[in-house]
Design a protein around this ligand. Structure first.
Ligand code: 5GP
Length: 209
């Protein structure tokens, strides 16, 4: 039995190439959860295999900028020349319904969310070693040495952002990382500050004193 009805806003970030997307999928494949993924909006080009409305909402730069003006984003950021943002509309509604809303976003956006929703749960995924990440980045495709170096440099800068997060999860093995995130979600629900009101209600006591 859960002692709070509202869902958690879960923010997942991590350096490029750490396998955030794979961990998220493993998390969603687990049984008995109430997770919902917040599909982001972006101006970047669709990659082969991606589906509009499932992976991202793909929009033009003009449309994105109009939405910024209309205050339609919970957060938004620029990443390697493209805009990315979390549409506001559904997030609160889903949290009220008791669903856990998962955002998979980069660090600047994550910090904006922390400011607006201080009780969000910030999780930073890291590789077991820098070498493991470099190996993944090198293996990823047929990119030139220069592009690989650029990504490695970017990842090196991103490592340091771990300090802004509530939890650090090592992605040594995808299912282990997903298990750790699920454990964090359960523990967060049991936190006194989230559950005390409902608990007092249950036992017919008031909050005061
Ligand atoms: P990609 O282009 O590889 O799909 O994503 C690039 C980066 O943008 C990743 O770090 C991803 O987590 C981040 N990202 C995806 N959606 C959003 C979003 O809505 N807001 C922010 N701030 N970052 C996002």
């Amino acid at each position: 039995m859960k002692l709070n009805d509202r869902g958690l806003l879960i923010v997942i970030s991590g350096p490029s190439g750490v396998g955030k997307g794979t961990v998220r999928k493993a998390l969603f494949d687990m049984k008995g959860h109430n997770l919902t993924y917040s599909v982001s909006m972006t101006t970047r080009k669709m990659r082969p295999g991606e589906v509009d409305g499932k992976d991202y909402y793909f929009v033009s730069k003009e449309e994105f900028e109009q939405r910024i003006k209309d205050d339609k984003f919970l957060e938004h950021a620029e990443f390697v020349g493209n805009y990315y943002g979390t549409p506001f509309d559904k997030v609160n509604e889903r949290l009220e319904e008791g669903q856990e809303v998962v955002l998979e976003i980069e660090v600047n956006g994550a910090l904006q969310v922390k400011k607006k929703v201080p009780d969000c749960v910030m999780i930073f995924i890291v590789p077991p070693s820098k070498e493991a990440l470099y190996a993944r980045l090198k293996k990823r495709g047929t990119e030139s040495e220069e592009v690989i170096m650029e990504r490695i440099n970017k990842a090196n800068r991103e490592f340091k952002s771990a300090k802004y997060y509530d939890y650090i999860v090592v992605n040594d093995e995808v299912n282990n990382a997903a298990d750790r995130i699920m454990a964090i979600i359960r523990a967060e629900h049991a936190k006194t500050e989230r559950s005390i009101h409902k608990y007092y209600e249950l036992i017919g006591e008031s909050d005061e004193n």
